[in-house]
Design a protein around this ligand. Structure first.
Ligand SMILES: Cc1cc2nc3c(=O)[nH]c(=O)nc-3n(C[C@H](O)[C@H](O)[C@H](O)COP(=O)(O)OP(=O)(O)OC[C@H]3O[C@@H](n4cnc5c(N)ncnc54)[C@H](O)[C@@H]3O)c2cc1C
Length: 424
């Protein structure tokens, strides 16, 4: 081994990105018995926190920072985790096994985890730099947006994905006038089938949001009365006090790319979450990993992925050879409704619908061999939450199920779960 590549006896575990995944990995390293130094560097000024409330209860003011933090401030200290916050990593020197911070300091690492997540995509049309054209990724973004969500305020959302729809619901609940434009012919793109997307659209329209699909924003201008005008390609104009772009995120790949790691749609890792450099791991939103079901490369932007990959990456940084085998899972809460997707619906050869009533819809996705590869559902949380939980377990069990039973809402899903457990 090259002398420079030999880790210093004193080098510790270093994590770039103090988000959900980075923070969870640091705590896991300690829980797994690592007694050396753990340093987490994050360019946000806050200790690691979970982002899902940002588009929901933070906007309504129900959730404060305390409830979002992965651990209380004292707990990081007690765990002996050094948080370097408000601090950016500028470079990784793989030969020296060290990283360089924006203040010029360097930190040597024994193993390095890249948990750099992503940044919100911004609109690239004239006028998009206006201070009342916002996006939502961080706690600071959520507080800035919350200030605008007053009764009667006109909010225009660009993007009919999960974040746009969650913000639309929060803004309507705050009494705002809400209009949403989506460039594609329907909401939620490939995330859910059309049958689910149309129920979601109907819910939002029933609660007062005006929705235009197939609409292309071309320019934003400030009018004489101070309001913003969003001009669309069809010549129409939407008037807004604030415009929010919910058009997805771009994984932060710059450090990995600059130091020569394999990078495609994310930082490429194997099933151990190890990059093309054996001393460097990547996890969370930023990493592209092989699906445990199909082997196909995938990148997930979900709470569950950040949470579970953090623990596997931490174990492997300590020398375990754990394969990441979790089945994907995602939820989105909008009004009193919930939407969930589990497994990999994209692998399905057929889909079975179940209609439990009260406007809810549950979908089961079956592979060519009849095995359940994915499930999704949408409806009032009080109606679907229990079934969605069971569906997730059935997907994880990779069971072969009778489509007729799946379609029959009179047959309790709980029974299928018991049968699966008995057969195991
Ligand atoms: C508004 C919102 C709502 C969401 N709602 C849901 C939901 O309902 N359900 C669900 O399943 N998922 C949801 N998610 C997704 C989930 O929150 C993410 O998948 C999760 O936060 C990913 O965690 P991460 O640690 O990989 O990345 P991040 O949370 O993005 O953390 C990465 C951190 O690294 C920092 N960083 C990057 N580069 C550097 C550098 N060079 N130096 C220092 N620091 C750096 C970033 O600033 C950031 O703080 C939501 C996300 C958002 C934004």
């Amino acid at each position: 081994m090259d002398a420079l590549a030999t880790p210093s006896a004193h080098a510790g575990m270093v994590i770039i990105g103090a988000g959900h995944c980075g923070g969870r990995a640091a705590l896991a390293l300690r829980n797994l018995g690592w007694t050396g130094a753990i340093t987490v560097i994050g360019d946000e000024p806050l200790a690691p926190y979970e982002r899902p409330p940002l588009s929901k209860s933070v906007l309504s003011g129900e959730t404060g920072m305390d409830a979002m933090q992965l651990a209380a401030v004292d707990a990081w200290h007690e765990a002996g985790v050094t948080l370097r916050l408000g601090c950016r990593v500028n470079a990784i020197d793989r030969a020296a096994r060290s990283i360089t911070l924006d203040d010029g300091g360097t930190i040597a690492y024994r193993s390095l985890l890249l948990a750099t997540g992503g940044a919100a995509r911004t609109l690239s049309i004239p006028g998009a730099q206006h201070p009342r054209v916002l996006s939502l990724r961080t706690h600071a973004d959520a507080l800035a947006l919350r200030d605008h969500l007053r009764p009667g305020a006109r909010v225009v959302l660009v993007g009919g994905g999960f974040i746009g729809l969650e913000v639309a619901a929060s803004a309507r609940e705050a009494g705002c006038d809400v209009e949403l434009v989506e460039g594609a012919p329907r909401l939620l793109g490939r995330a859910v089938p059309e049958s689910v997307a149309s129920l979601v659209q109907a819910l939002h329209q029933a609660r007062g949001t005006r929705i235009r699909c197939g609409a292309q924003p071309v320019e934003i201008v400030q009018r004489d009365d101070g309001r913003l005008a969003l001009l669309l390609a069809d010549g129409s104009t939407l008037v807004a006090d604030v415009i929010v772009a919910g058009i997805g995120m771009a994984p932060r790949l710059e450090l990995a790319r600059a130091c020569g790691l394999d990078v495609e749609h994310g930082i490429v890792v194997d099933r151990h979450l190890q990059t093309s450099d054996a001393a460097i791991f990547a996890a969370g939103d930023v990493c592209q990993f092989p699906s445990s079901l199909s082997g196909l490369a995938m990148r997930q932007e979900t709470w569950h992925n950040a949470e579970t990959q953090a623990c596997v990456a931490a174990a492997n940084m300590l020398g375990a050879a754990s394969a990441y085998g979790e089945s994907p899972w995602f939820w989105s809460d909008q009004y009193d409704h919930t939407l969930q997707v589990s497994g990999e619906p994209a692998l399905a050869a057929s889909c079975v619908s179940r209609v439990p009533g009260e406007g809810a819809l549950l979908l089961f996705f079956l592979g060519r061999d009849g095995v359940l590869v994915g499930a999704s559902g949408f409806g009032p949380a009080s109606v679907v939450t229990r079934d969605l939980k069971i569906m997730r377990k059935l997907v994880e069990g990779r069971v072969r199920l009778d489509p007729a039973v799946l379609a029959d809402a009179a047959q309790p899903l709980k029974k299928l779960l018991s049968m699966m457990k008995e057969a195991a």
